[in-house]
Ligand binder design. Structure first.
Ligand code: AMP
Length: 394
């Protein structure tokens, strides 16, 4: 397990805790439309208060490109934060230590969008120093921003005694249980549109897991590399050599590659398009593969039955279009059932995965679903996350 401190390790009595959170929530007409991220970080803020600390919250919001932009002010999140915490939140545009110290000892202070200056994304030491000057302790609860080395995620962490918040801690524990020190055998399921966006991820996984099931549009590239005709399916023909290389790496590492054995094809990329299930060598030139077939799902279910750990990213088909969601839904439900019985540790995340698992109604059954997109994918790629690395060895 990574070597980092948690809130339990820190003495926060009478201290100002500079706390990086992710409340980059969707907003419409000046109102937050989904408070999930705010609700999830509330326990960390409440725990800091409970331990006698005064949280000063730092967060980014949207992509203001280093310039102040009233449309991307974090002020809009204050009512939802107050509702989640059950207490008032003081919003400050330009924080300074004197104002923070003058606030009541149980105040919660939210600082304006960290990305209103270009110094944030440049990880400018001056900005990191300024953020550190605002408090006594640093707490990072924004795993989803941990793949960025920014002043508020990385620079400041090195200047104050630092720890992980509750969300960050839960995320890192779950990830460690999935790929760090997993209970073997480990099955990875990777789907989604394209191989090109997941080359590093696939290369890392084949060196770590016992079996890798590849689905979705990206499986078509692997099928084409094996010599099958995939008609007008989404397929990156220029990456067939990469697919062959990944298969060779897998073989050398003793990782089984599971590709679709049967597929669901249609002539149109549309919901309820006329479709049929067929073998891999039966895809016509004017057809496209939009989902895996029932035999593939059965093989996947058998692989799940022997796995003790599952890591999942990406749908197995065009899951937004009925009925091409079937393989994704059935495989997710098989995983959910085994997970609920306690026989499987299942960790999923990245991109459309959360939507796909919600659609399959199994989110509550999985051990952990990461809402972090880019950070989760970089972790699956085996890359060190600067925001996490900065917490280590403190
Ligand atoms: P990603 O963001 O790479 O995880 O890709 C997710 C997208 O891949 C979803 O929008 C799916 O509809 C799409 N997808 C999955 N399988 C296929 C397929 N066989 N053909 C076309 N698109 C697909």
């Amino acid at each position: 397990m990574a070597d980092f401190k948690t809130l339990d390790d820190m003495d926060l009595g009478g201290k100002v805790v500079v706390t990086r959170i992710d409340i980059n929530v969707p907003v419409e007409d000046g109102k937050v439309t989904d408070t999930t991220r705010i609700d999830k970080v509330a326990p960390t803020i409440l725990k800091i208060l409970e331990k006698g600390g005064k949280p000063v919250l730092l967060a980014h919001f949207g992509r203001p490109k280093g310039q102040p932009n009233p449309d991307m002010s974090l002020r809009v999140t204050v009512p939802s934060l107050e509702a989640a915490l059950g207490k008032a939140v003081t919003f400050v545009e330009r924080p300074d230590r004197a104002t923070i110290d003058a606030a009541p000892s149980d105040a919660v202070i939210l600082v304006e969008n960290t990305r209103f200056t270009a110094m944030e994304e440049a990880n400018d030491p001056q900005m990191a120093g300024f953020l550190a000057s605002l408090g006594d302790v640093y707490c990072n609860d924004a795993f989803s921003a941990a793949h960025r080395a920014h002043a508020s995620t990385e620079g400041v962490a090195k200047l104050l005694p630092a720890c992980a918040g509750l969300l960050m801690e839960a995320e890192l524990k779950a990830l460690d249980a999935a790929l760090g020190n997993p209970n073997k055998p480990v099955l990875a399921v990777v789907g989604g549109a394209k191989v090109s966006s997941k080359i590093d991820l696939l290369k890392n996984l084949v060196s770590k897991v016992d079996a890798l099931a590849i689905g979705g549009g990206m499986a078509n590239t692997f099928l084409a590399a094996r010599g099958y005709s995939v008609g007008k399916s989404l397929c990156e023909h220029d990456l067939t050599d990469t697919a062959k290389q990944i298969e060779a790496n897998a073989k050398a590492a003793g990782c089984d590659i599971l590709l679709p054995m049967d597929v669901v094809v249609a002539k149109d990329f549309a919901a309820n398009a006329p479709h049929r299930t067929c073998g891999l060598d039966e895809v016509a030139d004017d057809e496209m593969i939009l989902d895996a077939g029932p035999q593939t799902v059965a093989i996947l279910a058998s692989a799940l039955d022997v796995a003790n750990t599952l890591v999942w990213n990406g749908p197995l088909g065009a899951f937004e279009l009925t009925p091409f969601d079937k393989a994704t839904v059935q495989a997710a439900q098989a995983a959910g059932t085994r997970c609920k019985s306690g026989a499987l540790i299942a960790v999923a995340g990245g991109g459309d995965t959360v939507a796909a698992l919600n659609h399959a109604n199994v989110s509550q059954d999985f051990t952990h679903i990461s809402t972090a997109g880019g950070a989760f994918l970089e972790w699956m790629e085996g890359k060190p996350l600067p925001g996490v690395e900065a917490l280590k060895g403190q």
